[in-house]
Structure formats: structure tokens, C-alpha cells
Design a protein around this ligand. Sequence first.
Ligand SMILES: Nc1ncnc2c1ncn2[C@@H]1O[C@H](COP(=O)(O)OP(=O)(O)O)[C@@H](O)[C@H]1O
Ligand SMILES: [Mg+2]
Length: 257
Amino acid sequence: MTTNQRRGRLPHERDDHYMRLEGAQIVATKALLDVRENIRLAIEAQAMVCIYGATGHGKSLAVNASLRDLAPQQTRRIQFRARPTTPGLRLELFHALGLSGRPPHQNIEFDRMLREALEEPWVVVCDEAQWLSKLCFEYLRYLWDDADTQLTIIFTGGNGCFQTLQSEPMLESRVYAWQELMRMRLAEVRTVIPAFHPIWADADPELIKTCDLEAAHGNFRTWAKITHHLVSGLKETGHGTVDEDLLRWSYSKLRTR
Ligand SMILES: Nc1ncnc2c1ncn2[C@@H]1O[C@H](COP(=O)(O)OP(=O)(O)O)[C@@H](O)[C@H]1O
Ligand SMILES: [Mg+2]
């Protein structure tokens, strides 16, 4: 598949983990299982759902892993890193849906083309949806509202995504399910982290606790980052297992001023 054909598709499994952390496994956390169930119901109902929460809590991974199982062929992702305009959003959808030809110049024609394409049962994931303006949310609602489209929309993003959606009654009332991904509690960390990566499988539970309290704070991306440093640290030092010194060395790298 060429880069253009891959555009908008679900990422490869190898890209699930922070910096492609080798040996990392997807863990079926409670949050991930709830995301999967919400997405399953949303697809069934062709609804809009909103999965939100702070960065690093596992939103993108949970959504991607669930959709790889539930609707791998029908899913297209659109992602934003800066505020898109409505024309920018139209164009993103045009490419993500793999529409052929040139994007129409006239808005009316462009809207008709997208509505027609969305008569197929697509699942569109808007990741980092906190970047969407009210107008962009409105535009997606307009496509979703069309009687002939069969669209499921998964909004994923930081808390700004939740606030914008909540502040628009027209949108808020249409969202079928809301799910906030919180940081993992220590009890969950204790069971999840040993299954996440081999370096934690036989680690002293006290070390996992220390790491969570001092550095990771239940944030999955931080756990992945620390693990990444530790894997390098173990290679460099030739140590077989993580100890307290190596642990402190690794998470000292995370500190910001
Ligand atoms: N359920 C999980 N199992 C294993 N690793 C996970 C899981 N959730 C998150 N991670 C790790 O945490 C990192 C950040 O997760 P991500 O989904 O990108 O967070 P968010 O989208 O909320 O910012 C992932 O790249 C992965 O390494
Ligand atoms: Mg994300």
C-alpha cells in the first residue's frame, strides 16, 4: 500500500506504542474494554461518541486497537495538530475517504460529493478533536445528520474536545456516549504494568509502586517512556533486571524545570 493509500487508515500495530517500544503489549485495561464497548455500540447505532481525557491516558491506542478488531476496513482517521478551517476539514475527509479526482472548487459540489461518499457505512475517527472549531464540529454534524449518510463518528481528544462539544447543545444532544479516560490508579498499575512489558514482568512490586508514585502517576505514556529509557539502560549496563538505581536514572530524564 502506498503512503497515499495509507492516509487515513488505522496505524500499524507496530506504531501503537510510544516510540515503537519493542516488546510492549496492549493491555486490556478497564478503560480500553469500555472504549471498545462504546465504539461497538456506536457503530451499531451509527452514532457519535466522545472519548476524552488528558494526554497519555491511552485514548488513541484504545480507539485504534478497538477499531482494528471491530471495523478495520470501514475506519478512516482524520487528525489535526492545528486549528483546521472547514475547507481544510473537507479536504482532509476527501483524502481520508480515498475519493478520486480533484477536490471540487465549489463548496456545494464538495458537500454533495462527501455526502454521497458517506452513504457507505464509514467510521470516522477525529483524533485530537480539541483542535476543531465550532464550525468544523458543525460541519461534521451536518454530514452526520443527513438522512442518507451512514456515518459513525468517534471524537477523541483532550478536555477541550469535551468542553466544545458540551457547549454546543446541537452537538451535545447528539452525542450518544461520553467516556473520560482517567489516569490509572495504583491498584490497576500493579496489575497492568507487569503485563505491559517483559522488563516489568518479574520486577519487585515495590519498584513499580515507587515508579508510579514518584514519576509515572498513572499516566500510560509516561510508563511507556520510562520503560523505553530502562530498556536502553539495561542494554548499556548489561544488567538483567531493573533496580532502584536504574529506575531513578531513567525517570530523572523526564523531569522538567
Ligand atoms: N491499553 C494499553 N496497553 C498498553 N499500552 C498502552 C495502553 N494505553 C496506552 N498505552 C501506552 O501509552 C502510550 C500513550 O497512549 P495514547 O493512546 O497515545 O494516549 P492519548 O491518546 O490519550 O494521548 C501508547 O503509545 C502506549 O505505549
Ligand atoms: Mg492521542
